[in-house]
Write a protein that binds this ligand. Structure first.
Ligand code: SAH
Length: 246
């Protein structure tokens, strides 16, 4: 009705230079910004812009709130870090839409961003240069047995892997279990990259072998990239060749 809209935007991994121009333009037109506290903190305040920062794990409430604001005429940007479609708010918005058929005519746009694994891979070289997959290690939205099943199949399938949400204070032990599982499936020389806070002043990259990898190397600001069998070092870089020998 009233010209309101909802845009779900990815803010990239941290550095302002990695925010796309279309996300910057959407934020410039917005009346309201909705999101998790640390992401909303990355949006510059200005007159006429209301910032709604909420705690983690309230994604559906946040999405519903954004749809309600837009129905009342607001121009709302829901912010995610990285890309909004990767373990983030875009799916939460569509879940809210499914539960609320009356809002399905809403004017919605999803604006991509640079996701953590791509920013991390670029810093290291090209560890995702061949087939790969991304797995969220959090058991917040799926049982941990399912996390383990997916990691096992990805390892057996020869995929390089990017692990999001590898380790938190609430579940410090599970990442150790994932490393044990990988040790059962892969050779000890397999390269593992720990990329922490990529593109921020706290950035730290560590590349070790699977034999050397320890759970303490990861936290919630780390994306972990496990290479495939061919992933190797060249000079100070890590890369995965583009093919697999016949
Ligand atoms: N939508 C985000 C991911 C959200 S899940 C994206 O596309 O990047 C949160 C997880 O993303 C973190 O636990 C961490 O694994 C990863 N992450 C986000 N920003 C990161 C950064 N700057 N450096 C390393 N990992 C990051």
């Amino acid at each position: 009705m009233s010209g309101g809209w909802v845009t779900v935007a990815g803010l990239g991994p941290g550095d302002a230079a990695l925010v796309t121009p279309e996300v910057t333009a959407a934020l410039a037109q917005a009346t309201d910004v909705v999101g998790y506290i640390p992401y909303v903190a990355r949006v510059a305040p200005r007159p006429g812009l209301t910032l709604h920062a909420t705690d983690n794990r309230v994604e559906l409430d946040r999405a519903r709130h954004a749809l309600d604001l837009a129905a009342a005429g607001a121009r709302v940007v829901i912010v995610s870090s990285g890309d909004p479609g990767v373990f983030a708010m875009a799916s939460a918005l569509f879940e809210a839409l499914e539960a609320h058929p009356g809002r399905q005519g809403a004017d919605i746009r999803i604006l991509p961003g640079i996701t953590a694994m791509l920013a991390a891979a670029a810093r290291a070289g090209a560890p995702l240069g061949h087939d790969f997959c991304a797995i969220n290690l959090s058991d917040n939205l799926k049982p941990f047995t399912e996390v383990e099943r997916r990691v096992r199949h990805a390892a057996r399938g020869g995929f390089a892997m990017a692990f999001y949400n590898p380790r938190s204070r609430a579940r410090p032990h599970q990442f150790g279990q994932v490393l044990s599982l990988l040790r059962a499936e892969c050779e000890p020389e397999r390269l593992v990259l720990f990329a922490r806070a990529v593109s921020t002043p706290e950035e730290r990259l560590t590349c070790v072998t699977l034999a050397e990898a320890a759970p303490e190397m990861a936290d919630m600001r780390t994306v972990v990239i496990v290479g495939n069998q061919a992933t190797r070092r060249v000079g100070r870089w890590v890369y995965t060749p583009r093919g697999v020998p016949a």
